[in-house]
Design a protein around this ligand. Structure first.
Ligand SMILES: NC(=O)c1ccc[n+]([C@@H]2O[C@H](COP(=O)([O-])OP(=O)(O)OC[C@H]3O[C@@H](n4cnc5c(N)ncnc54)[C@H](OP(=O)(O)O)[C@@H]3O)[C@@H](O)[C@H]2O)c1
Length: 275
């Protein structure tokens, strides 16, 4: 079985590459900058894992095309695609420039479409495959000061639901993984919108309160291996569900979001956020 994972230089992508390779998958661990493969190379060498590295920037058409062509030529098929590459962008929605909004969507949303479109002709020819889109608990509920990230993940959720119907005739499974806080460098790698960096931001006080909440929850983050396990469970299931929540926070928040009346959920969340 051949798996292709985007954003494998760190965090969930790295962990999933190793997890699937240890269970017999031949993994194409892709990343936009192969110089960041130092940690992964060490694991591959020490465990002699079946992992191939390839350069793939999800924002770049030709990079995606070259990588997929290389994978199909060398491995002959693609059984699993994990659309994992992504980053966070913080700032009040008013303060995030349109260019920053667009860049966020270019990676988190259009990046997933770009790679999916490149992989689908192969999966349709095989009449089988699995596409795993890494969304977030924030793909189904909002908090303040992460508007572009949240909107990009809501969009990814809509796309995934659509693909499930469209690809069923070819026996291609499509699933969403919805992690809560996961212990990776995601928070450190998240960008802060330029205008939000000013001390004069009208949102400064609210952002401090919300930032303190993020710090509290990082402490309770689940290990990235939990996400990798869940991906494995989904891709090996004959009839995977649409959504898989990962982490205690996600498994608590998402059912509350679904079953509580919206007004009540909003009041509870505002209280939690100190708003
Ligand atoms: N950690 C969490 O709490 C959490 C929770 C919910 C969902 N998620 C989602 O999980 C996914 C992985 O995040 P993570 O936690 O593993 O964070 P991470 O350690 O920061 O990993 C993000 C990965 O995405 C890659 N990436 C960013 N832009 C890219 C591009 N244009 N092309 C290819 N790769 C690109 C990064 O590559 P570089 O090293 O080159 O930057 C890195 O490998 C993201 O989609 C994120 O939204 C994370």
């Amino acid at each position: 079985m051949i798996a292709l994972i985007t954003g494998s230089s760190s965090g969930i992508g790295l962990e999933t590459s190793v997890y699937l390779a240890r269970r017999g998958y031949t993994v194409w661990a892709t990343m936009r900058n192969l110089e960041k493969a130092v940690e992964l190379r060490k694991i591959i060498e020490s465990e002699r894992l079946p992992i191939e590295l390839a350069q793939l920037d999800v924002c770049n058409d030709s990079s995606v095309k070259v990588a997929i062509t290389q994978i199909v030529q060398k491995s002959g098929r693609i059984d699993v695609l994990v659309n994992n590459a992504g980053y966070g962008l913080r700032g009040a929605s008013e303060e995030v420039s349109l260019d920053e909004w667009k860049a966020q969507f270019e990676t988190n949303f259009f990046g997933a479409i770009r790679v999916t479109q490149a992989v689908l002709p192969q999966m349709r020819a095989q009449r089988s495959g699995a596409i795993v889109n890494i969304s977030s608990v924030l793909g189904r509920m909002a908090i303040p000061f992460s508007g572009p990230y949240i909107a990009s993940k809501f969009a990814l959720e809509g796309l995934t639901e659509t693909l499930r119907y469209e690809l069923a005739p070819w026996n291609i499974k499509v699933v969403l993984i919805e992690p809560g806080f996961i212990a990776t460098n995601f928070q450190q790698n998240a960008q802060l919108a330029q205008a939000a960096q000013s001390q004069d931001s009208p949102y400064a006080l609210f952002k401090q309160a919300s930032g303190r909440r993020v710090q509290r929850n990082i402490y309770r983050a689940a290990p990235p291996e939990r996400v990798a396990e869940t991906i494995y469970r989904a891709i090996t299931h004959p009839h995977p569900k649409l959504r898989y929540a990962v982490g205690r926070d996600a498994r608590l928040a998402l059912p509350l979001r679904r079953f509580l009346p919206e007004g009540l959920f909003e009041r509870i969340l505002k209280k939690q956020l100190g708003l």
